[in-house]
Structure formats: structure tokens, C-alpha cells
Design a protein around this ligand. Structure first.
Ligand SMILES: [Zn+2]
Length: 319
């Protein structure tokens, strides 16, 4: 009888193991298994840090719309269960390419050189260039330190393609449907760092006006996209090891942006996830270029000297 019990236990164990192996090989290569092991070892040394940082950007989402009570249940849930500020500023000019470049390149236009709304290359000589001939961005810095990490960059506006280093990304997609692509990618690859950048509500802002009923309807729709991304993180089994950052490049007023009214300058900035304080309002000054430094800090990457941004540390419990 004892023998039968032992045999059954062995069989059950073998079945479980083969089940696990099947699931594991179904989704990962040997390379990514090794990378996962490596990350697990690293995690034990500094386990307040997340294994995944997911950056969600909504082009032209103004802080004032949130302050005025925009119907964004998912974003408000992340704010309530995470940390946020509605006073984070962009740089001047408050225009797309230069603002996104500042987010990913950790400095203002004076240093990275992308100075206009649609810059496809530096208009001003970058202060430094790296081994790829580019001003260093967070994607390359992270890739350089962790070549096995899975890095994605999914965007709707084609102008985004010029603002991060293609050599750093394992998956890079310009699509008209960020949501579907991001959900699929998160489930398939469980990225360690992923930028997902929507080109709305900027379009509705330019065509109809910022904070018009149509603009508010669009941001409710975008909130649904955010919900799908959160669900994908949960279903991928990585939500507990993830920090989600939600923000935008600039706000807007009437049918435009680029100038220095607070409607244009202020953007929402929300952190949610692993070791993020709940219901915490970030009081200190934050600027777009602090985000590269913050992502570097979360991912345990040394920021390049040329970056002027500082990590936003107050929302995180590090002990
Ligand atoms: Zn923009």
C-alpha cells in the first residue's frame, strides 16, 4: 500500500512537472528561461524593484480634464490605488516630438536637440551621442545593461519612431490600433520594459477642441484601452511584478498647444503597481524629463551623466 502511495505521488509530481515544462516551453525560448532565472536572482538582491515597467502615453491628455472630473474610471482607480500628480509639467515648446523625446531621453531640447513638434532627427547638435550615434534614451540604456530583457515600443503616430533607439527594442510596431497590439504583446512576451503610445486625444483636440464633449468622449474611450492593458498584465501573470506609468506629452487649449498656458503645460502623471504608495499625491516638482531617470531607477540602470532628469522616488516604498 505504501508503495502504491509513493508511486502515485511520483506520478502526480511527474505530471505536474511535465505540465509546467509544457507551459514554459510554449511561451519561452531557452534564452528567455535563462534570462528569467537571472532576473529572479537579481530580484532577490533588490526585490522592491519591479521586473516590468509598462509606460502608457496618451498624446495631448491635459491635467485640467482630469481635474474637471473627466470620466476615466480605470485611470481614477489607478490614481486611488497608486500615486499621482496633476501638476507635472512638460518642457517648452509644449509640442509632441520634443516632449516625448524629453520623456525618453531624460533631458530638455537644449541637450537632446529634438526641438519641434515633428522633429525626426536632432535639429540642434546633441550634447553627446552614444555608440549608436544617438542621444542616450532609456530603452538603449536598459538594453545595454540587460541584453536579454524583453523591450517593446508600440505607437500610433509615426513620428514616435524617430524618438527612441530601434537597436534597443525587441518588438517595435507602428499601428493604428495600439490596444490590440499591446494586449497581444504583453500576453505573448511579458515585456520588461514597454512603451505604448496612443496618438489620441491629441487628434480630437486639434480637430474639435480640448475639453470639448468630443474630447471627453475620446478620453473615456482611451480609458477603456487602459483597462484592456491592465487586464492583459493580469492575465499574463505579471501584474504584481509591474509598475505602470500613465502620462502624456502635453495638454492643450482651444484647438492647439505648443505655448505656455498651464492648460498646455500640465499633464497627469500616474504610477501604479509594485511597491507604489496607495492614494499618494506627489507634491514635489516633476517634469517630463524626470521619467527616463525614474524608469532607469526602477530598472536599476545608471542614468547617463548628460540626463538632467531626477528619479521621482517619493511614490515608492523601497524598504
Ligand atoms: Zn503631442
Amino acid at each position: 500500500m505504501k508503495k502504491i502511495i509513493v508511486l502515485s505521488a511520483c506520478l502526480i509530481l511527474a505530471f505536474c512537472q511535465s505540465g509546467c515544462v509544457y507551459v514554459s516551453t510554449g511561451h519561452h525560448s531557452d534564452r528567455s528561461d535563462r534570462a528569467e532565472k537571472k532576473r529572479a536572482e537579481k530580484k532577490s538582491r533588490s526585490d522592491w524593484r519591479p521586473e516590468h515597467v509598462i509606460f502608457v502615453g496618451f498624446d495631448g491628455l491635459c491635467a485640467k480634464s482630469i481635474r474637471d472630473g473627466a470620466d476615466m474610471p480605470t485611470l481614477r482607480d489607478l490614481m486611488a490605488k497608486g500615486s499621482y500628480t496633476l501638476e507635472s509639467r512638460t518642457i517648452l515648446p509644449s509640442s509632441s516630438a520634443c516632449d516625448w523625446a524629453s520623456i525618453f531621453m531624460g533631458s530638455g531640447i537644449e541637450l537632446h536637440g529634438y526641438t519641434t513638434w515633428g522633429s525626426k532627427a536632432p535639429d540642434l547638435e546633441p550634447r553627446v551621442v552614444n555608440e549608436n550615434g544617438r542621444f542616450p534614451d532609456i530603452f538603449w540604456q536598459y538594453h545595454k545593461k540587460n541584453p536579454d530583457a524583453e523591450i517593446g515600443y508600440i505607437f500610433e503616430w509615426d513620428g514616435m519612431d524617430f524618438l527612441t533607439d530601434p537597436a534597443a527594442t525587441d518588438f517595435r510596431l507602428n499601428t493604428k490600433d495600439c490596444t490590440t497590439a499591446a494586449v497581444q504583446y504583453i500576453k505573448d512576451k511579458k515585456p520588461n520594459l514597454c512603451g505604448i503610445i496612443f496618438d489620441q486625444p491629441d487628434g480630437v483636440g486639434h480637430n474639435i477642441g480640448w475639453r470639448t464633449p468630443e474630447y471627453m468622449a475620446k478620453i473615456l474611450e482611451l480609458d477603456g484601452a487602459l483597462k484592456q492593458i491592465m487586464t492583459a498584465l493580469d492575465e499574463a501573470g505579471i501584474l504584481k511584478e509591474t509598475v505602470v506609468i500613465v502620462t502624456s506629452d502635453h495638454g492643450g487649449i482651444d484647438k492647439g498647444h505648443g505655448a505656455m498656458s498651464m492648460d498646455e503645460m500640465q499633464r497627469p502623471l500616474v504610477f501604479f503597481g509594485k511597491n507604489v504608495k496607495k492614494g499618494y499625491v506627489i507634491e514635489e516638482s516633476t517634469v517630463v524629463y524626470d521619467l527616463a531617470a525614474t524608469m532607469a531607477w526602477l530598472l536599476n540602470v545608471e542614468p547617463p551623466q548628460v540626463w538632467t532628469g531626477r528619479p521621482i522616488t517619493s511614490p515608492f516604498k523601497t524598504k
